[in-house]
Design a protein around this ligand. Sequence first.
Ligand SMILES: [Zn+2]
Length: 209
Amino acid sequence: MLLFGHIGITVGAALAAQRIYTHFHTQSSPHTETAGNSVEVTRDVSASDSSVRELFDLRIWLIGSILPDIIDKPLAVFTGDGRLLAHSLIFSGSLFAGGLFLAFFRKRLWLFALSLASMIHLVLDSMWKSPQDLFWPFYGFSFTLHHDGGWFTSIVHEFLENPAVYIPEIVGMLIILGYLGLVIMKKYGNTTDQYRHIQQVLRTSKRIL
Ligand SMILES: [Zn+2]
């Protein structure tokens, strides 16, 4: 999978998990009855709970979603393949172990989130099809060469002709565009509310004068 597939699907999964968490946490929150507004309660909970904010920080998920590629792809210039150590279970497993350590002993969840995003990357890359790379170094110290005719040329060729490559890219792009659209609409909606509020204040002022 390429850039937009990784980012869109992983960040989309994080957003869905955040929604589910917020839904159940808001329902079980003792503040729900007093506040009477789930949106305000959600804001209060997220503001007061920094570790939860770290867990659902989309910037962490975005970086984690392409972290193995950020590390391995530049090395493809020398090795001829972009799936190396950072695409192995030992890499994501180390991040996961570090994430658990920080979560239990420091109440920090950013590394845990990063490790989950990195593991999703391995799943989306179907790394189980390359056990020599996934379980490196248990099958030997060398990595599989996935592309015979040059890494970059093969990627472009697959993107243009292989539905298993370009369909996830389109889905990922749609998720990203949908999310950005919602963010812009939310901002635009707030601007409209502010505009209406100013108009109301002006009308009231005229009446008084
Ligand atoms: Zn990859």
